[in-house]
Each structure stands twice: as structure tokens, then as C-alpha cells.
Design a protein around this ligand. Structure first.
Ligand SMILES: [Zn+2]
Ligand SMILES: [Zn+2]
Length: 171
């Protein structure tokens, strides 16, 4: 979705959009989406600086960092961006517009592709250590069995070992 910065009205403009990985330019090497990306945004402007306050909902198709199983990870996030023109006029040089937790980006020209911004936010939503469930049991370090599906015998053998040694001594 493109926006013409100089045409953003004083009261701002609301954007409601449903995007796909194709429209956002997200490739399988970035990540795989498990649904559309729902975007509700408010775009406002002060001079040539514009702001995007947005809520973004989608689901990512990812692998668990413990058991490697595939699962759908729900994303429901909000973000705030401040977009500044690459070339500022002298008047704008020292305007301190920056608010607290805001990302600051640069844009060039008057027409800006907001999907680049949304793409970045979807990719940022990817968790570092995703878990298919909080109590995921992971894989057995010895035999690689997915312990969520089935127990393996490895752990029991370890526990039994000292006893079998003692047992042997008494034989
Ligand atoms: Zn898991
Ligand atoms: Zn095992």
C-alpha cells in the first residue's frame, strides 16, 4: 500500500488492509505465513515527517526450537514508527519530534510504500526461541526421539546403570 506523504490530511488517515506474503514481499527464506496479515494503522503527519501507529495480526508457520516440530505462532503486535525525509529543509533540521519508544526511519520522495514497513515488522515478530508449547519436552539428546510424542528408554537406562553395577558386585 502506497501513501503520498504530502497528501496525508491534518487529521491523519486510517488504513485497514489485509496483506499476504506476496504483497509484502516476504519470501520463504524470510519466513512462512500461516495466514493473511491484518493491518490497522493510523498515519499522521507533522510537516514532512509522518508517523505510523499500527496493529498487525497474523500467524507464522515456524519450527519449535526444542523439538523442531512445526506449529502456528500467532502474532498480535503494535508498533509506532516515525518516518523522516532523507533531505530535510533548513526549517526542519532541529525539530525534536521523537517520542519515547518510536522507531525512526528515513524515506525518500513523496510516495512511500508502507508494505516495506509492514514486511519489516512481520519479520521482527519472529521469536528468537519459539516453543510449540511452554512445556515442550524437546528431543532426547541421545536417540533424538520427540519426547512429546513418545518416551524413549534412554533416561531409564541411565538411572538403572549404577544399580546394575552394584548388582554385578554382589553376584
Ligand atoms: Zn516443541
Ligand atoms: Zn532417547
Amino acid at each position: 500500500m502506497k501513501i503520498i506523504v504530502s497528501k496525508i490530511p491534518d487529521e491523519g488517515v486510517e488504513i485497514h488492509s489485509i496483506e499476504t506474503s506476496r504483497s509484502l514481499g516476504i519470501t520463504p527464506s524470510d519466513l512462512i505465513l500461516d495466514g493473511d496479515v491484518h493491518i490497522d494503522a493510523m498515519v499522521s503527519r507533522q510537516g514532512r515527517v509522518f508517523f505510523v501507529d499500527a496493529a498487525l495480526r497474523t500467524a507464522l508457520h515456524i519450527n519449535c526450537s526444542r523439538c523442531a516440530g512445526e506449529f502456528s505462532y500467532a502474532v498480535d503486535t503494535q508498533f509506532h514508527c516515525q518516518e523522516e525525509p532523507v533531505k530535510k529543509t533548513d526549517l526542519e533540521l532541529d525539530v525534536p519530534l521523537q517520542k519515547g519508544d518510536m522507531d525512526i526511519d528515513k524515506y525518500a520522495g513523496d510516495e512511500v510504500e508502507l508494505n516495506n514497513l509492514f514486511r519489516e515488522q512481520v519479520i521482527l515478530a519472529m521469536p528468537m526461541h519459539p516453543l510449540c508449547k511452554t512445556d515442550c519436552l524437546g528431543l532426547c539428546p541421545k536417540c533424538g526421539q520427540n519426547l512429546n510424542i513418545k518416551k524413549c528408554d534412554c533416561r531409564e537406562e541411565e538411572v538403572n546403570n549404577p544399580f546394575s553395577v552394584i548388582k554385578k558386585l554382589f553376584e
